[in-house]
Write a protein that binds this ligand. Sequence first.
Ligand code: NAD
Ligand code: 6OD
Length: 496
Amino acid sequence: MRSPTASDPYPFANQQQPCLIGGEFLTHGKAFTNINPVNGAVLGTVTEADAALVDRAVQAARAALRGPWGRMSAAERCALLRKVADRIEARFAEFVSAEIADTGKTLKQASSLDIPRGAANFRAYADLALARPSECFETATPDGRGALNYSVHKPVGVVAVIAPWNLPFLLLTWKVAPALACGNTVVAKPSEETPSSATLLAQVMQEVGVPPGVFNLVHGFGPDSTGAALTAHPGVNAIAFTGESATGSAIMKSAAPCVKALSFELGGKNAAIVFADADFDAALAGTMRSVFANTGQVCLCSERVYVERPVYARFVEALAQGARRLTLGGPFEGADMGPLISRGHRDKVLSYYRLAREEGATVVCGGGAPSFGDERDQGAFIEPTILTGLPESARCVREEIFGPVCHVAPFDAEEEVVRMANDTRYGLAAAVWTSNLQRAHRVARQMEVGIAWVNDWFLRDLRTPFGGVKLSGIGREGGAHSLAFFSEPMNICVKL
Ligand code: NAD
Ligand code: 6OD
């Protein structure tokens, strides 16, 4: 697999990105511009699906349920999904080019995480769907003849997949792959900020012969646009959504009249807890990653870091030194950190940097936007930032910022830090750093989150449950949990 170079073209430089509906690429209708966050340049235009186009996509997906796709065996479906993975790998450089053009993320990350995980998602769910067991109970009956009760798994129907911009391809395929593996048809809507890897995926679906209407792609915005039309459409049976908690709440309202099944992976305000007995260097390196990876734009990132008092001052200083050393630049510059996704998002993160000062924070490092004296000044770069000194009630400690920033606070006792870590409306992820095995298990289990890492961060096994509690989501995906969401189990009772 070849990674792109700076001279490789962005795949959609000279054309308007289309929607894919019923096996046809469509470019008519309204279009919006796609901006490169490295330098603010216009990358191209993208077709915006209005309500009529969304309706066509849903009708095409409904029709495809009754077509060849609906008659395929699970083995045939999963063989096609493996071909999708193969084709993503064959077009690896184009996928990486598309992802880094839309997001500005580092070439290293796009090539080692975003695109490989897209292919892995298709392979993993092809394997899991085929290996899925079926239940069968032998039931006693009054006449002594008995009955066999077995279950079959049917598709839910038409699934809407709505994805955010932070890990665009990873998160879209995380839902598209299991939905298709379970025999559903899909209408996918990527974020308006990151349409390009999804358009390439639509091409790949066509190339490997996924039947028309099985995978449909609609581009556009959320409120009053494509997303709202899709979630309200009565022909959609289930919605798998990743994004902000407030958006999840809006989608719930829109889905309520038709009582659609919902799976939500939402925001976080995740804690990292560093005990004094932790391997200092490992905790530091892990926390650097958990705060600054993808410019802090991972839902699992640590925005609250709690450090046991004996190592607090040393840890803050080391973290700040690490942050000051991070280099900022475009994907091909070998930099440690790319820009934020957009100027609009940078305004939001900068408003939190200002708010932190108003709330009385000490800004240990960063706290503003850098100036380069070149085209990057038109981009969405921001300084990695370490804050200390805020009370736990401060908005900067309570609200998700979604940038390269954390607040670091000291603690003295295990019970105290468990209470502080859990004192949040979110509940997505936690990282616990300690060399005390008993404490590791005890503290991890007390975290009110969907996933707690001990002595690591963002170490993934796709078979495990993934999701959040409280404002961080509804339901679990991953492994059998995804198969459960994307299927309707049906009981068949046979009197013997
Ligand atoms: P967002 O909620 O603004 O947008 C996500 C998607 O929803 C986009 O495709 C958008 O167009 C669409 N959308 C927006 N409003 C809509 C509406 N009313 N109806 C239908 N669709 C609508 O989120 P974002 O800014 O793209 O992503 C960042 C957020 O996502 C952060 O809060 C982050 O924590 C969260 N996130 C969570 C997870 C997780 O697994 N829990 C993963 C990644 C990101
Ligand atoms: O690794 C995954 O499967 C996953 N859903 C990660 C989510 C990251 C959030 O930004």
